[in-house]
Design a protein around this ligand. Structure first.
Ligand SMILES: O=P(O)(O)OC[C@H]1O[C@H](OP(=O)(O)OP(=O)(O)O)[C@H](O)[C@@H]1O
Ligand SMILES: O=c1[nH]c(=O)c2nc[nH]c2[nH]1
Length: 189
């Protein structure tokens, strides 16, 4: 997606350890005009898939998933990373290693909100090693729901999550895939 690539070039900052900071427009301060265009692009890519629900994981995926959901007219469910008195009844759980926090979380989704009737689009801001997507796919497996596809804003092609997920035959669509050239500079695939 040209608009997103141009914005990454303009405002993205590559940090040590392969971390791409896009916090001025995507996952801390959020440029809603840009994210609206992202939502429209996800609709274009997945509108034929009869999506009934969008699933993401807190925190950074939530805002993007919500704006995208307005174009599909479906609810958003987000996996929670903390137990709370508010999370009652039966839940699906699995473990996820967080890239940016460098720690393991249990993610949780109430069984009420994803069922075997659902055709689910998974949305997230980043794909790096694929741990978040694999965790969300495990929740969908427990629910017996159909994974219709995965929509990612920024895939880091220099980490192995994208190859792994595509290797499973999943319809994974990343709006920008960033790689590193031999000088360690960002380029787009
Ligand atoms: O492909 P992966 O290696 O799983 O990396 C991608 C995940 O990493 C980030 O979540 P993280 O928990 O690190 O941060 P957040 O709290 O900002 O969502 C991002 O929001 C994705 O969910
Ligand atoms: O802001 C972010 N930058 C990254 O490089 C990254 N990788 C996973 N999750 C990420 N979030």
């Amino acid at each position: 997606m040209k608009l997103l690539e141009e914005r990454i070039i303009k405002d993205g900052v590559l940090k040590e350890g392969g971390v791409l900071k896009v916090d001025s427009f995507l996952n801390h301060q959020m440029d809603i005009e840009l994210i609206n265009e992202i939502g429209k692009e996800f609709l274009r890519l997945f509108k034929h898939k009869n999506i009934t629900k969008i699933l993401t994981v807190e925190a950074s995926g939530i805002g993007i998933a919500c704006i995208t959901a307005q174009y599909f007219g479906v609810p958003v469910v987000f996996a929670k990373k903390a137990q709370s008195k508010n999370l009652d009844g039966e839940i699906y759980t699995t473990e996820v290693h967080s890239f940016t926090h460098n720690k393991d979380y249990t993610i949780r989704v109430s069984k009420k909100f994803i069922t075997s009737e659902d055709r689910v689009l998974v949305i997230d801001d980043f794909l790096a090693n694929g741990k978040a997507l694999i965790g969300l796919m495990e929740i969908l497996k427990q629910a017996g729901a159909t994974l219709a596809g995965c929509g990612i804003c920024i895939e880091k092609g220099f980490q192995n999550g994208g190859d792994y997920i595509r290797g499973m035959g999943i319809d994974l669509q990343s709006l920008a895939i960033v790689d590193l050239n031999e000088k360690g500079e960002l380029i787009f695939r």
